[in-house]
Design a protein around this ligand. Structure first.
Ligand code: COA
Length: 243
C-alpha cells in the first residue's frame, strides 16, 4: 500500500486479521511538504519534538510519518488519530497505550532518504527497517564492527561490487530483528546471524546463546522503492504480508 498523495485519507475503518501483516510505503518526497496538515494531527509533545530537528527536511519527514502513523493506526483501532496515546519502552520503542484492546495492534516505523515504511500486525511484535543503498564507503570496517563472523564470511564470498547491496541487506535484517525485540543496541549484534541472500524469506539463521529463539521469528526481505532495501521481522509464523 503506497501513500504519495498529500490529500491521503481513509474512507472507512481498516481491518487487520491476526494472520496478516500490513506494510505501508510512504513517499516522503511527495507528501512531506503538506506540513501544516500533518502537524495538526500530532500531539503537543510530538510537535515539540518536531521543532527540535535541526534541518527542515528532517522535521517535515518526522511530522508526515508520525501523522500518517496516527491516521493508519486509528483506522485499525477505530479511533480518532489525534486521540491515540503512545507509550515508549526504555529503549524508546513506541507502542499504543490507548486505546488498548485484547489483541493489541503492534506497529513499527522506519525511514531513510525519501521513504518511510509503516508495518502493522495484531498481537505480534514486529520490526521494520529500510535503508537507501549507497556505495563507496568503508563497508568492511563497519561490517567488522557490527556484523557476526558468519555474516562477514558471507560478505567476503561475494564479488567486491556486490558487497555494497549485501552490506545493506545484512544491516536492514539485523536492524529489523533488533527493532522487533525493541531492545535497541543492548541486544548484542554478534549474538545472531542473518542471511545476506537477496529476497530471502527465512533470513534469521541462528541466535545465541539460546538457539531455539531463531524459530520464534520470521525475518524476510520486503520490497521498498528502487534504490532502497528493506527487511521485516515478525514474531511467529503463518502470517501473510499485504503491501
Ligand atoms: C533507534 C533504532 C531502533 C533504529 O534507528 P534507525 O535505523 O536509525 O532508524 P529507523 O528510521 O529505522 O527507525 C526509527 C523509528 O523506529 C522506532 N523506534 C525507536 N526506538 C525503537 C526501538 N528501540 N525499537 C524499535 N523501534 C524503535 C521509532 O518509531 C522511530 O521513528 P521516529 O523517530 O519517527 O519515532 C536503533 O536500532 C538504533 O539506534 N540503531 C543504530 C544503528 C546501528 O548501529 N545498527 C546496527 C545494525 S548492524
Amino acid at each position: 500500500m503506497n501513500i504519495s498523495d498529500v490529500a491521503f485519507s481513509l474512507q472507512s475503518p481498516l481491518s487487520l486479521p491476526e494472520d496478516e501483516v500490513h506494510l505501508w510505503n510512504v513517499d516522503l518526497a511527495a507528501v512531506a511538504e503538506a506540513e501544516p496538515r500533518w502537524k495538526q494531527i500530532l500531539s503537543e509533545d510530538e510537535q515539540a519534538r518536531a521543532s527540535r530537528f535541526h534541518f527542515s527536511k528532517d522535521r517535515q519527514h518526522f511530522t508526515a510519518t508520525r501523522a500518517l502513523l496516527r491516521m493508519i493506526l486509528a483506522g485499525y483501532v477505530h479511533s480518532d488519530p489525534t486521540e491515540l496515546v503512545f507509550g515508549y519502552s526504555h529503549k524508546e520503542k513506541p507502542s499504543l497505550s490507548s486505546p488498548r484492546s485484547d489483541s493489541q495492534v503492534e506497529f513499527n516505523v522506519s525511514h531513510s532518504g525519501a521513504i518511510a515504511l509503516l508495518a502493522f500486525a495484531r498481537g505480534r511484535l514486529l520490526g521494520v527497517d529500510v535503508e537507501q543503498l549507497r556505495e563507496n564507503f568503508d563497508h568492511e570496517t563497519i561490517a567488522r564492527r557490527f556484523f557476526s563472523e558468519e555474516e562477514q564470511r558471507q560478505l567476503a564470498m561475494l564479488e567486491p561490487p556486490e558487497r555494497y547491496d549485501a552490506f545493506f541487506r545484512c544491516w536492514t535484517r539485523k536492524e529489523a530483528y533488533i527493532k522487533a525485540q525493541g531492545s535497541g543496541l543492548s541486544l548484542p549484534l554478534h549474538q545472531f546471524d542473518v542471511s545476506l541472500k537477496p529476497g530471502d524469506d527465512n533470513a534469521l539463521l541462528s541466535t545465541r546463546p539460546d538457539s531455539s529463539e531463531a524459530a520464534n521469528w520470521s525475518l524476510r526481505e520486503v520490497q521498498a522503492a528502487h534504490g532502497y532495501v528493506a527487511a521485516l521481522c515478525v514474531r511467529g509464523h503463518g502470517w501473510r504480508l499485504t503491501s
